[in-house]
Write a protein that binds this ligand. Structure first.
Ligand code: SF4
Length: 352
């Protein structure tokens, strides 16, 4: 066994993270759910979502049979909603093509929507004890430092090299503990900002540490400025309720509930009024909010608008009036959640 694997396994017994709700389960469904939720999200944020999700959808059959809206509502606030849509779709594929069972073969696992090579490896290791290497963002950082791998890990040739290292370091036995230990090292000691090398079990052989260059590895993504986009969100309010419409299934926030939007190039309020048959008072602009996506920055101008009358026969297809409290319970993107929270503040109540 590599010294790296041996030291990690030893360290994990005393210092690794134990007692997390998904640990100790070999149920591939629960393992899969936890792995998907933990992508881009911290353990402490995941735990309540994980419990609630499993409570409502305890197995593949329950998830496959659920309504898309219901699944998204359980994800509301976790972000990266394609994860929830892919979970739902993958459960339906398992129901249709795998007799409702979670597939055991690595290739079949990796073929499911939303499951990449590293996630498939983690599921295979934790649920089936398969000897597979993982390489998520945390592990890339650990290996890049431990072996002083130059270059940005998002680049194919750097990533390929890291995969080869990850595979070469695998132990013959104890794959579950090793995999968990590697994840824990990245999350708790070999952190992005300030690695705690003095407590690290592999510090003796870590090249970055020997060279005092922990801050150099891994090399960050080459800087390029993100494009800027702008939108106007129309917060139509009437008799204590707020108007939300369902976004189209594809594109950003696909299938979530949001405020009607206008690109802001023309009279945004008038556009919204015409679409939904509203007659309303003058808009009150709220402070501009900025939301950063992976590929662009969005500047959101919220307009608070009191609806005085809805024209008879007006169609509000894909739209719904909800109280702020009820709106907080449906699947909504983070900026909409923040705006709704602002509406709940006492000084805003007069507007509703
Ligand atoms: S010694 Fe420091 S930089 Fe190297 S793996 Fe450990 S925590 Fe990371």
């Amino acid at each position: 066994m590599s010294a790296f694997a041996q030291q990690l396994i030893c360290w994990h017994k005393q210092h690794g993270r134990h007692g997390l709700p998904w640990q100790g389960s070999r149920d591939p469904y629960a393992v899969w759910l936890s792995e998907i939720m933990l992508q881009q999200t911290q353990v402490s944020s995941v735990i309540p979502y994980y419990r609630r999700f499993l409570g409502s959808f305890p197995d593949i059959a329950a998830l496959a049979a659920a309504e898309g809206d219901e699944v998204l509502a359980h994800w509301s606030g976790l972000g990266y909603y394609s994860r929830a849509r892919n979970l739902h779709r993958a459960a339906q594929i398992m129901a249709e093509q795998h007799a409702g069972e979670f597939p055991r073969e690595f290739e079949h696992i990796q073929a499911l929507p939303g499951i990449g090579r590293s996630t498939a490896a983690a599921i295979s290791a934790f649920a089936f004890g398969a000897r597979r290497a993982i390489l998520d963002g945390n592990v890339k950082r650990v290996l890049a430092r431990y072996l002083a791998v130059a270059g940005y890990p998002g680049e194919k040739k750097v990533e390929d090299l890291l995969w080869r290292h990850a595979e070469a370091l695998l132990p013959e036995n104890g794959i579950e503990i090793y995999t968990q230990a590697l994840m824990d090292l990245g999350a708790t000691l070999c952190k992005r900002g300030k690695p705690e090398c003095a407590s690290c079990p592999v510090s003796a052989d870590c090249i970055a540490r020997q060279q005092g260059r922990q801050g150099v590895f891994p090399q960050p993504r080459p800087r390029k400025s993100l494009p800027e986009k702008a939108t106007t969100m129309l917060l139509f309010m009437r008799q204590g309720e707020i108007f939300l419409e369902k976004r189209p299934p594809a594109g950003i926030w696909g299938g979530l509930w949001s405020f009607p939007e206008s690109d802001g190039t023309e009279d945004a309020q008038r556009q919204g009024e015409m679409r939904f048959g509203f007659e309303s008072g003058p808009p009150e602009p709220a402070p501009v909010m900025r939301h950063v996506f992976t590929h662009f920055r969005l500047h959101i101008q919220p307009l608070l608008i009191n609806v005085r009358r809805i024209r008879p026969g007006a169609r509000q297809q894909d739209g719904v009036w909800l109280t702020v409290d009820d709106a907080m319970e449906v699947a909504i993107p983070t900026p909409v959640r923040k705006l709704l929270a602002g509406l709940g503040r006492p000084e805003r109540k007069g507007l509703s």
